[in-house]
Design a protein around this ligand. Sequence first.
Ligand SMILES: [Cu+2]
Length: 473
Amino acid sequence: MLSRRKMLGGAGAISAAVAAASVSKVAMAALPEPVIQAKPDTMPPLVPNTGRPYNPVVTLNGWTLPWRMNNGVKEFHLVAEPVVREMTPGFKAHLWGYNGQSPGPTIEVVEGDRVRLFVTNKLGELTSIHWHGQRLPNGMDGVTGLNQPGIPPGKTYVYEFVARRPGTFMYHPHADEMVQMAMGMMGFWITHPKNKHPLIDEVDRDFVFLLNAYDIDPGASTPKIMTMVDFNLWSWNSRIFPGIDPLVVRKNDKVRIRIGNLTMTNHPIHLHGHEFLVTGTDGGPTPKSARQYEVTTDIAVGQMRQIDFLADEEGDWAFHCHKSHHTMNAMGHDVPTMIGVDHRGVAKQITNLVPDYMVMGERGMKDMTEMEMPLPDNTAAMMAGTGPFGAVGMGGMFSVVKVRKDQKAGDYADPGWYAHPAGTVAYEWTGALADPARFKAEGNTSMPPKGRPAQDVEVRARKPGAGRGHGGH
Ligand SMILES: [Cu+2]
C-alpha cells in the first residue's frame, strides 16, 4: 500500500502528485491516490490549477491536500492513521492524524463546489469525520451512530456535499472523540467565496492553524488520553514553540489569520504591535457593524475566529496565547513557588547527599531558560527559544509575526531577526538613580479602618500544602 502513496517533500512534489493523479485514466476510475506529507514544515500555498480560482491559505507547519477533478467534482482522499509528529526539533509525539501528519491537511474549496471526500480508516477502531460548521445533508454530518455507521478499520467511506457557504470550518472524528481528538485527529477546511463578497476582504496573506493540546509525560511520546484539563503541551497545529514557524509578511500587507480551537479550554490569542478586527467566526463573516478593534481575542472551545489586520509596523512581533501557562512546555505542576526563599543552607546540606542537587526558582523561573539541564530523551524544554537578545523563555502557543518592508510578495521564507534602527531598542540607564518619591496618599483606603493592627503582618512565603491542585487552567 505504501508504494501507492505519494510522499511529499515540498510544493513541487504536491503538484507532481496532482499531475500524476490527474493523467491516469485507471486512477480516475478508482480512489484518488492518497497524498502523504512527510515533513512538519509550513508548505507554500497550493495555488489551484484546476477548478475555480481562489487565493490560497498558508497552513502554519502544515499543508493543503491536493485534489483531483472528476466530472466536475472535487475529490479528496483522507487517510486516518497513526503518525509520528515532530512537535519541536528533538521531540516527536506518537499521534493519530491524517495523511502522515497531525493535524491533517487543510482542505480548500470554493463556494458552490461539489466535494467528494474518500476517508480510509487505518486505525484499529471505528472512526468517522464530522465537517464542523458546514451546511450539508444530515447523513453527511459524520456523527457515528446518529448519521452513519462508524467506518470500520480497513474500510473507506465516501462523503459528498456542496460547499454551500464561504467560511472557515474544521473537521474531526465524531467516533470515540475523547480519544481520537486527544490523539491529534483534526484539520482545517476553508471554503473561499465564489465572487467578491461584501464582508470578505481580499488579503495578501492568509494563515490558518488549529489550537490543540496534549498531555505527554517527559520522556514519553504518546498522549495520555484521559486528561481533562491538565495538559502539558499547548500547541498550534501540533507544534510547540520554538518549533512553530514565524508568520512572515510584507510591510503594509493585509493579513488574515484564522484560528480554530479544538482543545478543552479557551485561549485568548494576543498580537503585539497592531490592532485587528475579528472579521469572521464559524458562523460566517461578521457584520461590519459588529466588528471592533482588539489586540486579544478569546477563542472558546470548538470556536474559530478570523482576524484581519494591516501589517504596517516593521519588526518581530510576538503572537501568543495570553494564558501564561500556555506559553510553556511540559513541566511538573507540583513545583512549589520558591521566590524569596533562601535555600543556601538547605542546598549545602542536600549537596552532601546528592552531589547534582540544584535549587530552582528562588529568583523566579527565568533561570530555567538558560540552564543546561539534562532532560529525559524526547522531551521538549519547558521554556526555550533564543532571540537576538538572548533566551526568549517561551514554549507552547507562541510564535512571531515578522513584518519586513523588503519581503517579496508571496515569499514566506524566514528573513531572520529584525534589524532595529539605531536608538529604537530599550536600553540600560547608566546615570544616577534618585530615591523614589513616595506617593503622597500611600496607605489610604476608601474606607480607612478605625484602628491599625498592633503589628504589621507580612506574608512572605508559600506555606506547604497551601494552594494545592491546579485544575483551573
Ligand atoms: Cu491558551
